[in-house]
Design a protein around this ligand. Sequence first.
Ligand code: 6GU
Length: 247
Amino acid sequence: MRIDVITIFPEYLEPLNVSLVGKARARGQLDVRIHNLRDWTHDRHNTVDDSPFGGGPGMVMKPEPWGEALDAVTAEAGEQLPVLVVPTPSGLPFTQELAVELSERPWLVFTPARYEGIDRRVIEEYGDRFDVREVSIGDYVLAGGEAPVLVIVEAVARLLPGVLGNAESHRDDSFAPGAMADLLEGPVYTKPPVWREREVPEVLLSGHHGKVARFRRDEAFRRTTANRPDLIERCDPAALDKLDRKL
Ligand code: 6GU
């Protein structure tokens, strides 16, 4: 998969050299290219923003540098149609379902903005040529889209074939489609069996696979009820039933 990021803070994307994403890059599974938006400005101050038409607070990112940058970065778009991912608190919620969809595309281009966002005409211009997704990572406001790019790239990269050591490891992920009837994952334990007088639940040491599965399902249900009652309400009762009948 190829990923391009156009930003005024290339240093902000340095974590993409580390850990899972960094290793995927080193192995050639991910081709990540970071671009400085200011390379496509032509004035002495490398201006990328201006005051909003209609008035109001803050600044808006000018369309010209984005247009030049996107034209240059996407110039080789042959039959490989890039997905243009535009991080914005006004976008569609980023979900595991969208992560899966993006992981199946060969090329993602990210346009993280600062200030009050990018001049709307840029999104319209490229919406006519590419698949554009305006995406929000949650109901809070960040100062820019760079942190959301880190979030989205990590969620997508771990789904690429061969990136996670064990393909089974995302089968039971919280939010994995069809996982545990869409419950959150329960608690996990490792050695030692007793730590500071705290014991690992006995059933997990029992070797009884059926009892272990039931324990995990009960804990998942308990945790989901406590932390995300909205997921219980949305939960398909038939899926819970089916899970129960397997145990
Ligand atoms: Cl994608 N951008 C910004 N600036 N704030 C956010 C966000 C994105 N998602 C949630 N808050």
